[in-house]
Design a binder for this molecule. Structure first.
Ligand SMILES: Cc1cc2nc3c(=O)[nH]c(=O)nc-3n(C[C@H](O)[C@H](O)[C@H](O)COP(=O)(O)OP(=O)(O)OC[C@H]3O[C@@H](n4cnc5c(N)ncnc54)[C@H](O)[C@@H]3O)c2cc1C
Length: 411
């Protein structure tokens, strides 16, 4: 379906976690946005996502935790086993149980956000090809050209279009780089129950880190992160080949309890991803917003997943952006061109350092946990689990604040 030559107040590019959460945040401050999405339906690659307390606070600000609380409970602790020595360490994720991370089906998270939006908000099969800035009536606006030939004029554009963002390119942000790490993820199904305790069980080995985490009584999420070398063969996208590669090669020395979970996978949930990130200094020094354009989510701060924060930061972005835009509206609740640029600038200023620290913390925590085999690396790893990890985890116990309501008070 094409939408030739339209005009919109706010266009969000991308209907992932960030784009949908941003649309909900804007709706709550009284602004209607349309969301353009390349895919023909909601995409939920990765099947499940760990959401830490910062994400839960952001979801609460968006008004959607009631539905999710019924389905997903916080996880209190985890256990990390060294595959070679078999020694296990315990990690407590939060001093209060309710602040522990929750593992959530991605599809359900997206659906809960969609349910908050008016029915015609998302325009599927609408791929943005390019953005141009033009001045109309003395104000800068954007002209969006879609792959199907349609053109949309927009006062404000928010790029939530992921790691290969067209909008980030338009802002001349440095492209994301390969981390050298790759991840496989999947969900295993046990129709009569898996019998596992509701904890995170991690397994670490040189250049490898894996985990199993129950989603509910019958489903278990698993992942494996490996350090790939340029000589490693490409394993492609076939789920059965990926599963075989995990069981017969990458994780062959892992405990049977892990291999059993991988064996039970629902093949349709298995995915493989080469992990990318943006250098933190590029986030700190780059252009994250202009007079009427900004980036959010992976489009701004792609990160390796060791701290499980990419999606959590995307939810924070949505609330912070919604707050600054909400606070900049005129008394009639309308967007004023000059004020919008200032609001986007304040949003970018608030997000720059926070997201850069998380990218750095995530990369380093992956490096300590799985890279290198020397005695000093083992020493660092032990130190990491005993002391540093608690500090790194404190980065995720963060409150990004609330959304203003139209009367100027917080919701
Ligand atoms: C292995 C792995 C494990 C992870 N684990 C966690 C975790 O446990 N916790 C966590 O918080 N995060 C985790 N993440 C990170 C998390 O998945 C991402 O940070 C999050 O999905 C980013 O959401 P987003 O909406 O910004 O981007 P995306 O989810 O990439 O969504 C972007 C959307 O934009 C659309 N799009 C792209 N280009 C265009 C275009 N030109 N026109 C129109 N639409 C477009 C895409 O189709 C897509 O739907 C993990 C990531 C990986 C790879």
């Amino acid at each position: 379906m094409s939408f030739p030559n339209m005009e919109e107040e706010v266009v969000i590019v991308g209907a992932g976690i960030c784009g949908l959460a941003t649309a909900v945040a804007l709706k709550r401050v009284g602004i209607r946005a349309v969301v353009l999405e390349t895919a023909s339906d909601l995409r939920a690659t990765g099947a499940a996502i760990l959401l830490w307390s910062n994400a839960w606070l952001a979801l609460d600000a968006l008004g959607v935790t009631d539905k999710l609380n019924l389905l997903y409970a916080p996880i209190e602790r985890g256990f990390v086993t060294d595959v070679k020595t078999k020694s296990t360490q315990q990690v407590v994720y939060a001093s209060k149980e309710r602040d522990g991370p929750r593992l959530v089906h991605r599809k359900i998270l997206l659906q809960v956000l969609v349910d908050e939006l008016p029915p015609d908000t998302i325009r599927f099969s609408s791929k943005l090809n390019s953005v141009e800035s033009v001045v109309e009536d003395g104000h800068r606006i954007s002209v969006l050209r879609l792959q199907d030939g349609a053109t949309i004029k927009a006062k404000v554009v928010i790029g939530c279009d992921g790691v290969r963002s067209v909008i980030a390119k338009r802002l001349k942000l440095s492209p994301p780089v390969r981390s050298g790490r790759s991840a496989v993820r999947g969900i295993s199904v046990y129709p009569t129950g898996h019998g596992l305790s509701p904890n995170v069980q991690q397994f670490v080995d040189v250049s490898k880190r894996a985990a199993i985490i129950p989603l509910n009584d019958k489903e278990v999420h698993w992942f494996l992160v490996v350090q790939k070398t340029p000589e490693d063969k490409d394993i492609g996208n076939d789920p059965e080949s990926i599963q075989r590669e995990v069981m017969e090669n990458w994780a062959k020395d892992f405990p049977l309890s892990y291999l059993d979970v991988v064996q039970q996978s629902d093949l349709s949930t298995i995915s493989f991803a080469s992990l990318m990130f943006r250098y933190p200094w590029d986030v700190v020094l780059g252009t994250l917003s202009t007079e009427n354009i900004a980036v959010a989510g992976d489009a701004m701060h792609p990160t390796t997943p060791e701290l499980g924060q990419g999606g959590c930061m995307a939810l924070e972005d949505a609330v912070v952006l919604g707050r600054h835009i909400g606070n900049s509206l005129d008394p009639n609740g309308k967007l004023r061109p000059g004020d919008i640029g200032r609001a986007l600038g304040k949003y970018a200023g608030e997000r720059r350092w926070r997201t850069a620290w998380i990218i750095a913390g995530s990369y380093l925590s992956g490096w300590v946990q799985q890279d290198g085999s020397g005695w000093w690396m083992k020493f660092l790893r032990d130190l990491f689990y005993k002391t540093i990890q608690t500090r790194v985890i404190s980065l995720v116990h963060y409150d990004c604040g609330r959304l203003p309501n139209r009367m100027g008070t917080s919701l």
